[in-house]
Design a protein around this ligand. Sequence first.
Ligand code: PDD
Length: 289
Amino acid sequence: MTIYLNGQYMPVEEAKISVLDRGFIFGDGVYEVIPVYTRRAFRLAEHLRRLQHSLDGIRLQNPHSDDAWTNLISELIARNAGEDQYLYLHITRGAAKRDHAFPNPPVRATVFMMSSPLTVPPAALLQSGVCAVTAPDNRWLRCDIKAIALLPNVLLRQMAVDAGCAETILIRSGSNNEGAFMTEGAASNIFVVKNGKLLAPPKDNLMLPGITYDVILEIAAANGIPHEVRRIAVAEVFAADELLLTSSTKEVLAITQLDGKPVGSGKPGAMFARLHGLYQDFKRDVMRA
Ligand code: PDD
């Protein structure tokens, strides 16, 4: 595996960073995960836009222009085996004497990228769907930043694994007159299907604006699939006909069991089948263009 670190490509075993790196000490950094199909980064412009949003959110200057990122990424893809890869980009505020406040003057940001083989969910999982559990969303109020500080997500996701499931669906307690509502998964976005309509939570500060989430809504709009973006009450999650999970590495998956009870019929439904098919077509068209 060839990785990129601060201007150089090298075998992963040779890569070293300082123990004073603020990513290591404080989790002071942001990241991106970008799927690569047939050696081309999928939706790169959108991923770079979200990266800029994350960097702005933590007040860290982007170390590269979009053109420079594009070149670095192309080189990383070329240096790694596999037609389909997934890229991990990681930028921290650099190495400095330990102090919570930003280093002044600023130090060089640490830029790390790696590529791993992309394995999309196998056919058996698409046919069976996956199970999920629910848990209170105890994260901070800037979940729109793709921060490397993922301890809440790590603990929440482990709850699913401990239950033999694939994902934890997060429930934010409401404030004032508002009841509890769903935000997203520990490492994915979640859609609800009810009476043939696709429901998506709004992209606000309480969820990560998923690139796959956007693609799904674009596909729904382009194909006349009824859809609505709005807050989804917790009761609607439990009364769903279908639940869908999306992410760059999982694409689209049906959640067929929630907290041990079947979702709808307990089998992947018609909306899943339609959207999964359309997503594959969309991918193919984008990659061909
Ligand atoms: N995670 N919400 C959270 C909290 C996530 O971590 C992710 C993705 C998503 C989906 O976003 P996208 O469609 O852009 O992948 C939503 C990645 C895959 C990860 O951390 O590995």
